[in-house]
Design a protein around this ligand. Structure first.
Ligand code: ATP
Ligand code: MG
Length: 261
């Protein structure tokens, strides 16, 4: 990995960019994954590269739903494995959820490399999606493969950084779909039942914290959080946040100013 000086004003952005490149070089991340990452970065810039209130609210509802689920499954793709391998395992454990490697550009080699990467952080971790035998209806062969004991039988699925078409197919299967997506306008963001508009590098650690906190909540308390949650409002609030932030920046002036907050 290229060494980035910690003093660089865009250190973290460059750090995760290097992680994605490294993920591609290892054979985990697809080339299109690099482009998807760039699209994410652009929206993160607009949001202000922090977890906003609407995202915090979505994460609470998501964790409540996952704690109440019978068969919660967290999907892992090449970008996720490059950015947050350890954090993904921690989240799955905190939620008692299963992990399934599920790729848009599936190749056996890529699945194997991602599994090896995750097992560096926990050699015992159960990983589904290695030999998927089921297909999501409406998706062509490779894109539709899912594990019988994973996404196939899941009631609640987390599909971060996911393609809109696949998100929609999961919704059509009757799954409760949670996504993490920095673009509030993407089809995934608009199709999902709960949309966490935040960078996955911030969202997963926060969701793990929430899961540890909320696991002692009563069923009624968790159900109330879900009932009170409105994903349409979340998406609107994100757009309003971006609009207001841009208005403020435009009125304040951004030329050669030190920070944008
Ligand atoms: P859709 O098909 O849903 O309309 P898309 O074609 O942009 O949208 P994909 O490229 O298939 O979506 O999926 C990647 C999505 O993940 C993008 O919307 C991108 O903004 C988002 N994304 C990329 N990196 C991150 C990240 N680190 N954290 C959260 N979201 C991210
Ligand atoms: Mg897409």
């Amino acid at each position: 990995m290229v060494k980035i000086p910690k003093s660089h004003p865009r250190y973290w952005s460059l750090y995760y960019r290097e992680k994605i490149i490294e993920g591609m070089e290892k054979g985990m991340t697809a080339k299109a994954g690099l482009i998807a990452h760039g699209r994410g970065e652009a929206f993160d810039y607009l949001i202000g590269e922090r977890t906003i209130e609407a995202a915090e609210r979505a994460m609470k509802a998501a964790v409540a739903k996952l704690l109440l689920a019978k068969h919660p499954v967290i999907s892992v793709n090449g970008n996720v494995a490059a950015l947050v391998p350890k954090e993904t395992i921690e989240l799955a454990k905190a939620l008692n959820a299963k992990l399934e490697i599920n790729l848009f550009y599936r190749t056996e080699e890529r699945v194997k490399t991602i599994a090896e990467e995750l097992r560096k952080y926990d050699p015992e971790i159960e990983l589904l999606g290695i030999n998927p035998t089921k297909r999501i209806p409406g998706l062509e062969h490779e894109r539709g493969k899912v594990d019988e004991n994973g996404i196939w039988k899941a009631d609640v699925v987390v599909v971060p950084l996911e393609d809109g078409d696949r998100t929609e197919a999961l919704v059509n299967m009757g799954k409760f779909v949670i996504t993490v997506d920095l673009n509030p306008l993407s089809r995934s963001a608009r199709m999902a039942d709960i949309t966490i508009v935040d960078n996955i590098v911030r969202a997963y650690p926060r969701m793990t914290e929430l899961a540890r906190e909320m696991k002692d909540y009563s069923r009624d308390e968790l159900m109330k959080i879900i009932e009170d949650y409105d994903n349409g409002k979340t998406l609107s609030d994100v757009l309003i946040h971006i609009r207001d932030r841009l208005t403020k920046l435009a009125e304040g002036g951004i030329w050669r100013k030190k920070t944008l907050e």
